[in-house]
Design a protein around this ligand. Structure first.
Ligand SMILES: NC(=O)c1ccc[n+]([C@@H]2O[C@H](COP(=O)([O-])OP(=O)(O)OC[C@H]3O[C@@H](n4cnc5c(N)ncnc54)[C@H](OP(=O)(O)O)[C@@H]3O)[C@@H](O)[C@H]2O)c1
Length: 379
């Protein structure tokens, strides 16, 4: 066993299983964190999972309640693995720490302390006071990655921001006047839709709507219901009211972020389509991003996916408001003799990312490369 890593190998194995279980409802638990819980009973025959739970869609019941219900009397003397500290406050349900004590659980292994002021450390304290052995911070970093949106909302009052860009091998993100240009293949596109499915909101600028008229929905079979709220930065009311994201706003919510609430025929058309308006401060004629992120935080948007285009990605990166930068690099060049004038250069290149970002992952999606960079060492 590696003595520099907290917890036994068995504890880490079950905790990673609890963390993976939590992914099942990621993005679907509203303002509540999506937590995984496993109850493991040991006997002479070995260890056995007797209960498993993940925070239910909408946030209730909690993972511990579901796992304890499944375990029944087998929870007595067992170990509970939870990816976030069990709650100690009486909210919609009695505290999970109390439920674990009452069920006779002997040991609780947790990954993260809950930053919510009503819990923070008190869940662990309640368990200890109830005679339960507690081991904290097992697989803490892995759990924090999946709970990044929740932690960001609690600690910074704003969403975790992922800027995603598809970049051609010659360094472009699109062709002005050319509509949507295919840069990446089917596997990378499916991964983009998967990321949409776990995000609370997806954001683009007016330029992308005018140039590409995208749908910005999740279209993976079986996950169509998981399309996030669509947000468009439109300080100067440029977005046409017949754009797809507006025309479909009654089935998948869309909001325009504007300097002023629209009036007249534009207001009527937006209203009729069911399109929302978020009025926000403007700086130099553009939506002020920090105030916008605070507004989104108040609306409990915890994970925000920024899907471009060039100017919006550039603004988030320059203002150090992007937490992750995901570059999907396609295998072909899109520049050619016909379109040189309209080519839109990417604000970042795979080998030239802004200072403060470090590469934390690289994968192959078919013929494309996915490079994940994370901003470190600031706050
Ligand atoms: N490869 C990819 O991943 C990808 C993704 C999306 C788009 N694209 C491509 O990108 C191109 C469009 O790029 P774009 O730069 O015109 O579009 P954009 O970044 O989507 O939109 C830029 C516009 O958003 C508005 N805006 C409002 N507040 C802003 C702020 N704080 N920061 C930046 N912009 C703000 C501005 O218009 P107002 O001044 O009128 O408010 C600005 O001109 C197209 O060719 C499209 O195909 C590529």
């Amino acid at each position: 066993m590696d003595s520099s890593v907290p917890g036994s190998e068995e504890d880490r194995r079950y905790m990673m299983a609890a963390i993976r279980l939590a992914r099942r409802n990621r993005g679907r638990t509203g303002a509540n964190p999506c937590v995984g819980c496993l109850i493991v009973a040991s006997s002479d025959a070995g260890a056995r999972i007797v209960g498993a739970g993940v925070t239910a869609i909408g946030g209730r019941p909690h993972a511990e309640t579901i796992a304890l219900e499944e375990a029944g009397p087998s929870a007595r003397g067992a170990t509970a693995y939870v990816s976030l500290e069990p709650c100690a406050h009486i909210g919609g349900t009695p505290p999970c720490a109390r439920a674990l004590i009452n069920a006779g659980v002997a040991r609780v292994v947790s990954a993260l302390t809950d930053p919510d002021a009503r819990v923070s450390g008190q869940g662990h304290a309640m368990l200890r006071a109830g005679g339960v052995e507690v081991q904290e911070r097992i697989c803490e970093a892995a759990a924090a990655i999946d709970l990044e949106g929740y932690l960001s909302l609690k600690e910074r009052g704003r969403p975790y921001v992922i800027v995603k860009l598809a970049v051609s091998t010659d360094g472009f993100v699109g062709v002005r006047g050319g509509g949507q240009v295919s840069i990446t293949g089917a596997v990378a596109n499916a991964q983009t839709h998967r990321l949409r499915s776990i995000s609370d909101a997806i954001l683009v600028g007016a330029g992308t709507i005018i140039e590409d008229d995208p749908s910005l929905t999740c279209r993976l079979p079986g996950l169509e219901e998981r399309s996030p709220h669509r947000l468009v930065l439109d300080a100067n009311a440029r977005v046409p009211v017949d754009a797809k994201v507006i025309a479909t706003a009654s089935s998948t919510p869309t909001s325009l972020i504007c300097a002023e609430t629209p009036t007249g025929a534009r207001a009527e058309a937006l209203n009729a389509a069911g399109c929302g308006i978020i009025a926000c401060e403007v700086e130099a004629g553009r939506v002020a991003l920090e105030p916008l992120l605070r507004i989104l935080g108040e609306q409990k948007i915890s994970l925000l996916m920024v899907e471009g285009g060039r100017e919006v990605a550039r603004s988030f990166l320059e203002q150090r408001l992007a937490d992750d930068l995901l570059l999907l690099v396609g295998p072909r060049a899109i520049g050619n003799d016909r379109n040189t004038g309209g080519l839109v250069r990417s604000p970042v290149q795979p080998d030239e990312v802004p200072a403060g970002f470090v590469k934390v992952g690289e994968r192959r999606y078919g013929d494309d490369r996915a490079l994940l960079f994370r901003r470190v060492g600031e706050e």
